[in-house]
Design a protein. Sequence first.
Length: 226
Amino acid sequence: MKKPNSVVRVALATLVVFLFVEGIAAQSKPVPKSDFQSWNDLQITIPMTKKVDFTMQLTGRFGDNVSQIADTRWGVGWVFKVNKYLSFNPFYFHRAARPPNGRHESEDRLTLGATLRIPIHKFTLVERNWFERRERSPQVNAWRYRNRLQVEHPFKINRKKFTWFVSDEVFYDWSLHVWPRNRFSAGVSHPFNKHLTLDLYYTRQNDSHTRPGDLNIVWSTWRFRL
């Protein structure tokens, strides 16, 4: 008959081996190609003048089938309104992320953008062009171009104002010399008052180079204007 101390030692040795094997298995799991995620933005806008706004943004993205934080970021920027049709949008973002089963990533991103709004009867056509400088680790630094075309239309439910929108955005990455990513989105925006607006939408992303790159996304954006 084994002594109690021997039984304890065997149990501890078995547990150590089990944890070691589990650790190796977890590290060997590949980063998935597709994922279901939840992206959540908080934007705070402070008007500086009639034509200049200062904006702050916080973002949290849940990945691995919405089971863990996969990406966090914060940013600051400005909106310079040339007129009611054209605005320029310089912005800075810091990003920290870890894809499911992947390695930690960090990024400092400078965005120079312009947005054009064209009313067409009751519709509004919005074209957004962004040039981004991405200082990344462990990936190589790179320039990226993004073009998003969006159609908006207002409507009412029980006298409450809403706007539906549909958009498609393409990405060009100079480090890859390809158009690796496309995002299609559809959703609804509702202003609760002149200070608070909520956007809810679904996004489908397809990406030929990033893992996970093919994403189904439920996206919410709370926009506060002080």
